[in-house]
Write a protein that binds this ligand. Structure first.
Ligand SMILES: CC(=O)N[C@H]1[C@H]([C@H](O)[C@H](O)CO)O[C@](OP(=O)(O)OC[C@H]2O[C@@H](n3ccc(N)nc3=O)[C@H](O)[C@@H]2O)(C(=O)O)C[C@@H]1O
Ligand SMILES: CC(=O)N[C@@H]1[C@@H](O)[C@H](O[C@@H]2O[C@H](CO)[C@H](O)[C@H](O)[C@H]2O)[C@@H](CO)O[C@H]1O
Length: 346
């Protein structure tokens, strides 16, 4: 730790006399961001944040908690690729899905036309952001969590999870929808208003597909996809983004501990999209909640998703994910209070 960091931490633990709540919050924020990466005890954090009243957003909380269980965790990692993406050293040398090597030109051409690389002015300037990642699990049904979900500053939704008709249980707000070609909503009428369409790319063809969607070109054939894909996305280019592939890499190798396989996609080394989204949120939000997570193998007949009747047992067919190892990781996050699970399915 540098002297500067130490000074900052000291100030945060023993607030400067006469400092207003604004300054105190600022110091806390500094302490949380500089401290990440060094070991901070959980008790120390409770002490630091304990003074904030219930319901007040705690700056840097999720990242600081994360660093108590993953000491190497550092908050800095942009949510989306921007024009400087080639400088991202952790991903520029890996092929998709763990990086973007070989896809630089196509990404450049996508980013030229999307022209926006953040969440938008209002959200980007918030000093403390609360995010919720809504998983697609059937566990969301009949819990009437919609209004609680809508209270978050950032609501992340995944793949083809419908909002229309399910507002009471899942909310009506969508800030970003993260997906890939095979997972994307196919019926243009099912897209909600005002959300950012975010590609999480798993293979080179996914970038090619996004370029066609962004440039509003007709798709030619569906060869190379593992299921049919959306032919168009009813979003302006300025509402489209590319998720930083670092979150797939970090979730797989640092957090869940999936096989490295020379850095290539292989059997059981891909995190589910929900876990990728949680990883993104830990880097970009101050507080992180989740809902709709949980694969319960003891209930093979329970609904897998809240919006359709596929059964839980269907997940057994997945050869890409390691559901039990991933569950261990998510449980660790809940237990250490890094994330709050509104549906208690993890
Ligand atoms: C057959 C198949 O490949 N199914 C996968 C489907 C499928 O591609 C899409 O539904 C689109 O058709 O997508 C996945 O995910 P899916 O779209 O089902 O759900 C999004 C994320 O929510 C979490 N989830 C979901 C259901 C459940 N009972 N418990 C949960 O915790 C997971 O974190 C999940 O990632 C995916 O992309 O990860 C995971 C699934 O493995
Ligand atoms: C190389 C290739 O396309 N592999 C396909 C996998 O991506 C795909 O897994 C699916 O891959 C998706 C990304 O494209 C998500 O991670 C999803 O959760 C996962 O189930 C499976 C589905 O059964 O089919 C293979 O042929």
């Amino acid at each position: 730790m540098t002297e500067d960091n130490e000074a900052c931490t000291q100030a945060a633990v023993h607030p400067v006399p006469h400092a207003g709540p604004g300054l105190y919050l600022l110091l806390l924020r500094e302490a949380a961001s500089t401290h990440v990466g060094t070991e901070v005890s959980s008790q120390e954090l409770e002490y630091k944040y304990g003074n904030l009243s219930e319901g007040v957003c705690k700056p840097g909380y999720a990242a600081a908690k994360m660093a108590t269980i993953y000491p190497k965790f550092t908050k800095l990692a942009p949510m989306f690729l921007d024009r400087n993406f080639k400088r991202l050293s952790k991903v520029n040398n890996y092929l998709p899905p763990f990086g973007f090597k070989t896809q630089e030109r196509i990404i450049d051409s996508i980013l030229t036309i999307t022209k926006n690389y953040g969440l938008g002015e209002e959200l980007d300037s918030l000093s403390c952001k609360r995010c919720i990642v809504v998983g697609n699990g059937g566990i969301l049904s009949n819990k009437s969590l919609g209004s609680r979900i809508d209270e978050y500053d950032v609501v992340v939704r995944l793949n083809e999870a419908l909002v229309k008709g399910y507002g009471k249980d899942v909310g009506t707000k969508t800030t970003i929808r993260i997906t890939y070609p095979e997972g994307a909503i196919q019926n243009p009428e099912n897209y909600e208003q005002d959300s950012l369409f975010v590609l999480s790319a798993f293979k080179p063809l996914d970038f090619k597909w996004l370029r066609q969607m962004v440039y509003k070109e007709k798709m030619r054939g569906t060869d190379g996809f593992w299921k049919s894909v959306a032919q168009s996305v009813p979003r302006e280019p300025t509402e489209m983004r590319i998720l930083n592939p670092y979150f797939i890499q970090e979730a797989a190798f640092q957090f869940i501990g999936l096989p490295f396989n020379n850095g290539l996609m292989g059997k059981g080394n891909i995190p589910t999209l929900g876990t990728v989204a949680i990883t993104m949120a830990l880097h970009n939000c101050d507080e992180v909640a989740v809902a709709g997570f949980g694969y319960d193998m003891n209930k093979p007949y329970a609904p897998l998703h809240y919006y359709e009747s596929v059964k839980m047992s269907a997940i057994k067919e997945s050869w890409t994910h390691n559901i039990s190892k991933e569950k261990e990781f998510l449980r660790k996050l809940v237990k250490a209070n890094v994330i709050k699970d509104l549906t208690n399915g993890i």
